[in-house]
Design a protein around this ligand. Structure first.
Ligand SMILES: [Zn+2]
Length: 292
């Protein structure tokens, strides 16, 4: 089963949902960033949230960035997603190990620590929208639930899960975001809350062979899918974009690179690609800049 995300409604449109399976995406992130299990779980949870929250945008070109800055050993995580469930991420410390929690789960909360969660929505306007809340547990799903309540005033339930296999590869990953519409009745709210309390976990549901829709039907029995799109780890860097970034440095900076006399290597932290520019190419970029 390939990674995908469904969105839709239930309870006669009183509830909307986003739900995703992200095993391949998180495994790709693990491969790129060489993460230890705790870091795979932390990064994977935020990537999964990003894939779903990116799809909440109204326009095709909207970009959302989720940033966690914590005082735990992980340090920080950044995830950027487009509106088509293409996600990429960076984790500051990829080799963090901590003892398992009492319930045998990876201790993401301690790995992240205390700090802030920022949600940056770039709608292509001059200034992006930035919402920031304090981290409540560092477990990420709970932190996002608080973010939606505090910053967007939307009653929301977020569940995220990454199950790491004994060989450190990703066995299961996914999550859901369930939101109450303003006109949801008290009865609907209490049914959803009851179903959520009996739900268990995302990774358990997948381990039991449930599809994404079957998982969501545990909480929203009449869930109807409005769209179903593939989720993927996607970095939009390219030689052209890096070249434009070099141009934007301006004459002085480019001249100083030329004076240094060494080729310049630019590294993409999201996908680990390297872009090497020789001095001749830098001279050429400077010439193009001065022709504009
Ligand atoms: Zn890249």
């Amino acid at each position: 089963m390939k990674d995908h995300m469904i969105r839709g409604t239930g309870f006669g449109s009183q509830v909307r949902f986003f739900a995703a399976s992200t095993k391949e995406t998180v495994e790709e992130a693990r491969r790129i960033h060489d993460t230890y299990p705790l870091c795979t779980a932390a990064l994977g949870r935020l990537l999964t949230a990003g894939a779903m929250m990116g799809a909440m945008g109204k326009n095709d070109t909207d970009i959302i960035t989720l940033r966690i800055d914590g005082d735990g050993p992980i340090g920080g995580i950044t995830v950027t997603a487009d509106s088509h469930a293409g996600v990429k991420g960076i984790i500051y410390n990829n080799h963090v190990e901590l003892p398992l929690r009492a319930d045998n789960h990876l201790d993401v909360g301690r790995g992240v620590g205390k700090g802030t969660l920022s949600v940056i929505k770039d709608f292509g306007m001059k200034d992006p929208y930035v919402g920031q809340t304090l981290l409540h547990s560092g477990e990420i799903a709970e932190d996002l639930t608080y973010y939606f309540a505090e910053s967007e005033q939307i009653p929301t339930s977020v569940a995220l899960g990454v199950l790491v296999d004994t060989d450190c590869s990703v066995k299961q990953a996914g999550g859901f975001i369930i939101q109450m519409m303003p006109f949801a009745s008290d009865e609907t709210v209490s049914i959803v809350e009851k179903n959520l309390s009996q739900f268990g976990s995302v990774t358990n549901s997948f381990e039991n062979g449930n599809s994404v829709l079957e998982m969501i039907k545990n909480i929203i029995p009449d869930a109807e899918i409005e769209s179903d799109i593939p989720v993927k780890y996607f970095c939009n860097c390219s030689r052209d974009r890096v070249r434009r970034a070099l141009e934007s440095l301006g004459n002085k900076e480019l001249q100083s690179m030329i004076d240094d006399g060494e080729s310049v290597n630019l590294h993409c932290d999201f996908c680990n690609k390297d872009y090497l520019f020789t001095i001749d190419e830098i001279i050429d970029i400077k010439k193009t800049l001065n022709l504009q």
